[in-house]
Ligand binder design. Structure first.
Ligand code: AMP
Ligand code: MG
Length: 331
């Protein structure tokens, strides 16, 4: 069984090819980078439309697979930016119809969790999913993946990107914030914004930019941004672990590449007698391999979709999806 997965929820276009054992035969990623400002959904979608054919060819070549050897097409059905989702779904439908193979729409957030579970060999983790658009604490409970905490406004990666754009870092800014933070040491006063199990970042962005305009050191600002926001998400993730009585924490999303975040979460997990796992960077960021793998799981569990079921869902919720492949989730 060869599954080809298309990812296109936001600025990243991904084409991944996996086999039945989740060997990643290919994982091609190309990111739309706006020349000025943030992501314009239509421009990102135009990028995806222009680049999908060459990226598909590159993925097939890397995998050593011919198009007619593909048995299943999976695509990111949501959540995400409407124009991007629709563009990539259209490509997925065209491939499914022309190759006459089944098509499966995949929940993007669940795909981060499933690829992490597979490649890091954790069984029943709490996923701390920190990306540009999403910030969620997800875990399996009572027959579904459920969200135990999330951002009430922007994603953590988006906070770093928005801050970076204002202070002159290139996009995406997360790695530049990380590098600059290594030279900072003073904790500046930023709001610590945890509300129950949820978090909010836009007030922190405003406070950080105010400090920047007043002349605070950029190094200390990057250091403080990381310390405060990473502590917030670590706190909520720890509470989810305690509440659910789970010992594994899995990181996902582009912010999971950050070494300071990893150290903070790993320390929390170790102090609880648990363990943190992180997929390799190419499987942390948005990618087609995770969509292909989750599509395979869904297909093998008997889920099938007609073309009429492939309408994209911009606001698709993690707990709206049935997860029959987890009928016996943990041993
Ligand atoms: P994703 O949306 O999952 O593809 O991840 C992209 C996001 O991850 C962007 O907001 C980046 O700024 C952020 N990111 C990437 N690398 C790092 C890093 N080393 N530290 C913090 N954030 C990062
Ligand atoms: Mg993502």
């Amino acid at each position: 069984m060869i599954c080809l997965g298309l990812e296109g929820t936001a600025h990243t276009l991904g084409v991944g090819i996996v086999d039945k054992a989740c060997n990643v035969l290919s994982n091609q990623i190309e990111m739309y980078r706006p020349t000025v400002g943030g992501i314009h959904p239509r421009e990102a979608a135009n990028h995806h439309a222009q680049r999908i054919q060459p990226l598909l060819m590159a993925a097939l070549k890397e995998a050593g697979v011919r198009l007619r050897e593909v048995n299943l097409i999976a695509f990111s059905q949501g959540p995400g930016l409407g124009p991007c989702l629709r563009t990539v779904a259209t490509a997925a439908r065209a491939l499914s119809l022309s190759l006459q193979v089944p098509i499966i729409g995949v929940n993007h957030c669940i795909a981060h969790l499933e690829i992490g579970r597979k490649v890091t060999h954790c069984k029943d983790p709490v996923l701390l999913y920190l990306s540009g658009g999403n910030t969620q604490v997800i875990s399996y409970a009572h027959g579904r993946y459920r969200v135990f905490g999330e951002t009430l406004d922007i994603g953590l990666g988006n906070l770093l990107d928005k801050f970076g754009r204002q202070v002159g870092f290139p996009f995406p800014s997360g790695p530049h914030v990380e590098r600059t933070a290594r030279e900072g040491s003073q904790l500046l006063p930023l709001p610590y914004s945890v509300k129950g199990m949820d978090v909010a970042f836009s007030g922190i962005l405003t406070a950080a930019l105010n400090l920047h305009h007043k002349g605070s050191s950029l190094r200390d600002l990057c250091f403080s941004l990381q310390e405060v926001t990473f502590a917030m998400v670590t706190e909520v993730a720890e509470r989810a672990m305690a509440h659910l009585d789970k010992e594994e924490i899995l990181l996902g999303g582009g912010v999971a590449c950050n070494q300071r975040l990893r150290r903070m979460v790993a320390t929390m997990a170790e102090e609880r007698g648990g363990e943190m796992t992180v997929p390799p960077p190419a499987l942390c960021v948005d990618n087609g391999a995770m969509i292909a793998w989750t599509g395979s799981l869904m297909h093998d569990a008997g889920i099938s979709m007609g073309i009429e079921d492939t309408v994209v869902e911009q606001n698709m919720r993690t707990d709206s999806a049935e997860v029959p492949w987890l009928a016996q989730p943990v041993s």
